[in-house]
Design a protein around this ligand. Structure first.
Ligand SMILES: [Zn+2]
Length: 1004
């Protein structure tokens, strides 16, 4: 799994949320297609071709869908394979992957994924990945462990930087320092810690903490149980990521043996993508790395699961604190291993079948489960990046008396579909949606990374690397099957009559809650050894960690000019339009920003509730099923969400909005906008049963999000102490969760109040007055918007309501939330508005210094937290936070010492430049076409001009060490910060009770 993710630029525009919009990455992960092992293809079919830097060309073919050419090479001496997908994309990608079957549950592949970045032969730097993030303009640098592979991708628009990163990555995977330094294994895999030689040792480690947090989430536990149940005879039975219970048993020798065996060029799969110099790249690979190795036979393939005679039944447990209700918290899943010879057609078919059964508000299996009271909600799981894909149908939070009906209800619904036939129109709509998503992904800003995954999934399983890149033909065949019973037959064969199947039951277990930290009873001399090792680790971690060896671009090689985002102001049908012209592959993204300043403060929770109701309730012209069906038919996704904008550099709240956004293939725009007009102008809230159903679903999601706790809860609470915008947004955060639970608990007595409030808020919010529309598309798609927007506008209410004034009293607080997690999020903040300090570009460099120069080392490397970060907001707030952190008090101390660290900040020139370049890298983050439109619109609303952004860039580029030291007094105020949010482990929170004004138990 991901080590760290590059943080998105702060734009005050949040992530797009869709009730059923599938993200690009998801689609591609789902659309992973396989071909049958083509052993012939791996042999050179061009024996006569000349060697190119030691590489022979195995195959070359056009990849029509992507407008590119696929070139497959084999390095003769080492056996390494390279696939180059050549096209004109400037965002170039390199990745190296290895097949890494899990030998046990101790997480070896995952720990190695982390450990290779703790220093290598050429780059003896403890935290290579952080050093890369700190000082480069890469668009992606990370690593992933999946059930059967580990891969290391990087991307950049700068070819020189891509080469630098390739060199770092290759040196890391082939020549890691963990052979020489046992400290790396202790830090990542884990070690026993003791405060003094007399103490009881307790286990701690970065990957260990990450997995403890991972295992807290029920859905992760369930995914694991599903794979275990379907593949008892293969490595998929085991957890490549690591089961925290098993991780302390791993020895370093075992880890080194594993690395020696699998991290060899003969087991490597190298992917190159985009507009780059391939001859030169192959020469580099051969001379610097691959030429040193001789080919070796490595068996890393995974056997197929032996057929089942009948469905397996498996029962497991997940931790749920004692206080929570036992009954009504069971998870059930019906799972199928899909064993037919694999093809692209099969996987696209599975995607469509999944949508059909579970993916929409009218999906038959989903609605039947809900209607029969089996669970509070249900979802599906489609895993298609392994040899035998898996499909699961899951019911959440099932009451004990409903458990026996789950399996038979699903099967009965499937049988009815097969016998009565599937609704043709609905099927066609789903196929259109899938086609739409493929089209959108082909214009995606980071499509090279998606192709990387598709290539690996086929290639590592013995297929042609390009086999999954083209889906056009498979789709054409599938469409022909709509009328000939193809889908009915598929369901009958692969679901109903498939013995490779399991029924997994996960019940809440209170015993798991009481689980102690893993301890060991040891003799005094053993303790002394551990204590010494712990000292060695601390010394190693605080050793001057020079990053001089890391190759960097120079400041001269950085673009000084800030790229302008496209924005033109227009007026259509009497409404202001912001048009963002760019290539979108024929898709139009249309965002309606409704002014909600006239919604009274007391009704703000209802504004958030309204956002979740729209599109899910009936209108004057359509019932909610038709609405859902037509949304799928005419759009590629819907998002409805309250947005708050604040003044640039001032922080005061301006312009609260309700965003209703859609994306659609341009010729669908007239129908899509008509639909949106109906939704915005004519939604009805008088169907009480429907209101209750939706409330139930919202509650379920909110509850699990709260139970699993974490970052978003901590940050939203903290922001609410710091700024008016934060206080506004909190109305949709924790307070809203409580509001929803209360509404659901007392639905019968409150229903008329809920209904009345929703109607009033809709009337005020969904109003023509103050409406701004933001359109992102090419010029050719625009006229279709122009022709149809008038009809939508005329459907809206035009009554005038006076704007409201919001008053949010300041409320600093030190607060803790107890969740099921065993680790913590620890966050603290300050507000610098009114101190004379103004936001500027030096602060962007400061953020980079805090993240990579201070917090990373103190909280991740020494403290064992999975991540640590700072957030600096132009409105006047600075936040420091840690994620999956085993500590509480120690972390607060680290925050308090931030100013002290800055006072002593003395980087050399190279180090300083890397902080500057990294800050520019964050500014130049890749944005999807729709994100560009949304960010440009946010800038418009907040009054941010192009010259403001250019100024920030100029200030970043001119930052000196003194500029950073000047922030020391500001950061000193963390010592007296009167706010604190901690989310996590109850025991530790109660031990530190004196740190908090209030402790909230999420389960009470
Ligand atoms: Zn990880």
């Amino acid at each position: 799994m991901t080590i760290i993710l590059k943080k998105p630029v702060q734009t005050n525009a949040r992530k797009r949320r869709g009730l059923w919009h599938v993200s690009l990455l998801l689609i591609v992960i789902q659309l992973v297609l396989f071909i049958t092992p083509a052993s012939a293809a791996t042999e050179s079919n061009r024996q006569g071709s000349p060697l190119l830097s030691g590489f022979e060309l195995v195959d070359e073919r056009p990849v029509k869908d992507l407008n590119g050419i696929g070139k497959w090479y084999r390095h003769r001496k080492s056996g390494a394979q390279v696939f180059y997908l050549q096209n004109d994309d400037d965002n170039k990608v390199f990745s190296i992957g290895f097949r890494t079957p899990a030998p046990d549950d101790s997480g070896i592949p995952h720990i190695i994924e982390h450990s290779v970045f703790c220093g290598s032969r050429k780059y003896p730097v403890n935290d290579m990945l952080s050093q890369i993030q700190k000082g480069s303009v890469n668009t992606f640098a990370n690593a992933f462990t999946t059930a059967d592979k580990t891969f290391f991708p990087v991307a950049s628009k700068n070819e020189k930087e891509l080469r630098n990163l390739m060199d770092i990555y290759l040196d890391a995977v082939f020549h890691p320092n963990f052979y020489q330094s046992p400290e790396i294994f202790w830090q990542e895999g884990g070690h026993f810690e003791l405060a003094s030689p007399a103490d009881e040792p307790v286990f701690n480690g970065i990957v260990y903490n990450e997995m403890k947090s991972h295992y807290t989430a029920v859905d992760n536990r369930l995914d694991r149980a599903i794979l275990k149940s379907l593949f008892p005879d293969t490595p998929y039975e085991r957890d490549a990521m690591g089961d925290p219970k098993e991780m302390p048993k791993l020895t370093r020798d075992k880890l080194l043996d594993y690395h020696r065996t699998y991290y060899h060029p003969s087991n490597s799969f190298i992917f190159l993508y985009g507009n780059l110099n391939i001859d030169d790249t192959l020469k580099f690979l051969d001379e610097e790395y691959l030429g040193d190795y001789d080919q070796r036979q490595i068996n890393a393939s995974i056997p197929l699961q032996r057929p089942f005679e009948k469905r397996r039944t498996v029962t497991g447990e997940y931790p749920l604190p004692n206080k929570a209700e036992r009954d009504g918290n069971t998870y059930l899943s019906l799972n199928y291993g899909i064993d037919e010879p694999l093809s692209s057609q099969l996987i696209v078919t599975m995607t469509i079948v999944d949508r059909l059964l579970m993916g929409t508000a009218t999906a038959p299996v989903k609605t039947t489960l809900l209607g029969s009271g089996i669970g509070k909600d249900s979802y599906s799981f489609l895993l298609a990046d392994i040899q035998q894909p898996v499909y699961s149908i899951i019911a959440e939070k099932v009451r004990d008396d409903r458990i026996p009906f789950f399996e038979s209800t699903v099967e009965k619904t499937l049988r009815n579909l097969v016998h009565q036939g599937i609704d043709r129109e609905q099927l066609q709509t789903i196929i259109d949606t899938v086609e739409y998503e493929i089209r959108e992904s082909q214009a995606g800003a980071s499509r090279g990374l998606l192709y990387n995954q598709l290539v690996l999934n086929s290639w590592m399983n013995g297929g042609h690397p390009a086999a999954l890149l083209e889906v056009g033909e498979a789709l054409a065949k599938i469409k022909q099957g709509v009328s000939s019973g193809y889908f009915e037959q598929f369901i009958e064969e692969h679901l109903l009559n498939n013995p490779h199947s399991s029924l997994v039951t996960l019940k809440p277990d209170s015993a798991a809650e009481k689980e102690e930290p893993i301890k060991r009873s040891l003799s005094d001399s053993e303790k002394k050894i551990l204590f010494r090792q712990q000292k060695e680790l601390q010394d190693w971690q605080s050793k001057a960690n020079s990053s001089e060896s890391i190759p960097r671009l120079t400041l001269k090689e950085i673009d000084r000019q800030e790229q302008a985002l496209p924005l033109e102001e227009r007026t259509e049908a009497g409404v202001k339009v912001l048009f963002h012209r760019q290539f979108t592959n024929g898709i139009a993204y249309v965002d309606f920003y409704f002014d909600t300043q006239d919604v009274p403060q007391s009704q703000l929770p209802y504004l958030y509730l309204l956002a979740e109701m729209l599109g899910n309730v009936s209108t004057d012209h359509r019932n909610y099923r038709m609405m859902d069906q037509e949304l799928h038919e005419h759009t590629g996704g819907l998002v409805v969400e309250p947005y708050v904008f604040s003044h640039y550099k001032k922080g005061e709240l301006i312009a609260p909005k309700l965003l209703i956004g859609i994306s659609a293939v341009a010729d669908q725009l007239p129908a899509a906008l008509e639909l949106l007009g109906d939704m915005a102008g004519h939604s009805r809230f008088d169907d009480e049963r429907r209101l209750q159903e939706i409330l139930h679903q919202i509650r379920t999601h909110r509850e699990s999000a709260l139970y699993e706790g974490g970052e978003s809860l901590a940050l939203s609470r903290l922001q609410s102490f710091l700024s008016p915008a934060g206080r506004y947004e909190e109305q949709g955060g924790y307070s809203y969760s409580r509001f929803v639970m209360d509404a659901d608990d007392h639905f019968d007595s409150k229903v008329s109040e809920i209904r009345r409030n929703l109607e009033q808020v809709a009337q005020r919010a969904l109003n023509k007055d103050g409406l701004i529309v933001s359109v992102t598309s090419g010029e050719t798609e625009y006229p279709l918007f122009q022709q149809s927007v008038g009809r939508l506008v005329s459907a809206l209410n035009s009554q005038y309501f006076a704007p409201e004034t919001y008053r949010f009293p300041k409320a600093n607080k030190k607060e803790a939330f107890i969740t099921a997690s065993e680790v913590h999020v620890v966050a603290q903040g300050i507000n610098y508005s009114g101190t004379g300090q103004q936001y500027n570009g030096h602060m962007e460099v400061l953020r980079n210094v805090l993240d990579h120069g201070y917090l990373w080392e103190r909280l991740r490397m020494k403290g064992g937290a999975y991540d640590a970060f700072s957030q600096i907001n132009d409105g006047g707030t600075i936040l420091l936070g840690s994620v999956d952190d085993p500590n509480v008090k120690e972390t607060i101390d680290v925050y308090a010492q931030t100013g002290e660290f800055l006072r002593r900040f003395q980087p050399d020139e190279q180090e300083m430049n890397s902080y500057i370049i990294g800050a520019i890298g964050v500014m130049d983050n890749l944005l999807e076409p729709w994100e560009k439109g949304r960010v440009a619109a946010a800038h418009y609303m907040r009054g941010i001009k192009q010259q403001d952004i250019q100024q920030i860039r100029d200030e970043i580029l001119s930052t000196s060490p003194q500029d950073i030291r000047n922030f020391a007094p500001l950061l000193d105020t963390f010592r007296s910060a009167q706010n604190l949010t901690v989310v996590g482990n109850g025991e530790k929170i109660m031990q530190n009770q004196d740190c908090f004004d209030s402790v909230v138990d999420i389960f009470k």
